[in-house]
Design a protein around this ligand. Structure first.
Ligand code: ATP
Ligand code: MG
Length: 242
């Protein structure tokens, strides 16, 4: 079976700085995969590379077998890649509904879009109640929900989520993880998500990769990684985000 997403020997630079070092990573159809690593290890850079927001120096990015290494972000979104960026950026001055519709900007099927808007309101009743509220005035947890729902509005096959649980209370963290599992099960959407808390991430992922200074230093099934003492070491002594 072809992988849904496949990065092969990808190198990315910011000027002279070698940010991703020959990284190879796959996500299968309908799979939940976690990307772990401390601060500045290259997690967000990997996400931006998949979305086409950063140029790849060498190596390939494939989606459903198609080489999208040089493809535009718009092309990738149309192909089925969606993202929930770091800090869950919503459009603050737009309403909840406007944010959701913005998520469907590459689509032309108005009937389908309206159906999906309804579906998102069913999935996230809180967003339905607040459909005319400016997104910037939502709580952190609600903004996370909106960023997630907005990503789903493009009918993706893969969602890339960059630290969706950051800054949320433990209860909301559980809720976000539950939502990821639910969307994955019910819609069959594959999820690649960045998380600093390895145990949390691996509780819902089938596999994981660990980044350190731009390199994938460990990979395995969730079980293998949880049992690996290096995982603990990798996170000890590293400053955690507040
Ligand atoms: N636009 C840029 N120009 C130069 N260097 C950059 C740029 N963006 C990121 N970097 C550097 O690349 C490295 C990896 O950054 P990245 O944002 O991918 O880390 P991260 O793993 O997401 O970290 P965090 O957990 O803090 O979000 C860092 O050292 C960062 O300073
Ligand atoms: Mg980051």
């Amino acid at each position: 079976m072809t992988d849904l997403l496949a990065l092969d020997d990808v190198n990315v630079y910011y000027g002279p700085f070698h940010a991703l070092r020959g990284n190879t990573l796959t996500v299968g159809e309908g799979e939940i995969v976690s990307l772990l690593g401390g601060n500045a290890s290259g997690k967000s850079t990997t996400m931006k590379t998949i979305l086409g927001l950063i140029k790849v120096k060498s190596g390939t990015v494939r989606f459903e077998g198609e080489d999208v290494t040089r493809a535009s972000t718009r092309h990738r979104i149309k192909a089925g890649i969606a993202s929930v960026p770091e800090a869950r950026r919503v459009f603050p001055q737009m309403t909840v509904d406007e944010n959701l519709l913005a998520g469907a900007y590459t689509r032309r099927d108005r009937v389908g879009i309206t159906e999906d808007l309804e579906r998102m309101r069913d999935y996230f009743p809180r967003l339905a109640e607040r459909r005319r509220q400016e997104a910037g005035t939502l709580s952190g947890g609600e903004q996370q929900m909106l960023a997630f729902a907005r990503a789903l509005m493009s009918r993706p096959k893969l969602i890339c989520m960059d630290e969706p649980t950051m800054g949320l209370s433990p209860k909301l963290v559980d809720q976000v993880l539950d939502e990821i599992v639910r969307i994955n099960k019910e819609l069959g959407v594959a999820v690649l998500f960045v998380e600093q808390q390895a145990e949390l991430a691996l509780s819902i992922a089938s596999r994981g990769y660990v980044l350190a200074t731009g390199e994938i230093v460990l990979k395995g099934t969730a079980r293998e990684l949880l049992d690996n003492p290096q995982i603990q070491e990798a996170y000890l002594g590293k400053a955690k985000k507040a």
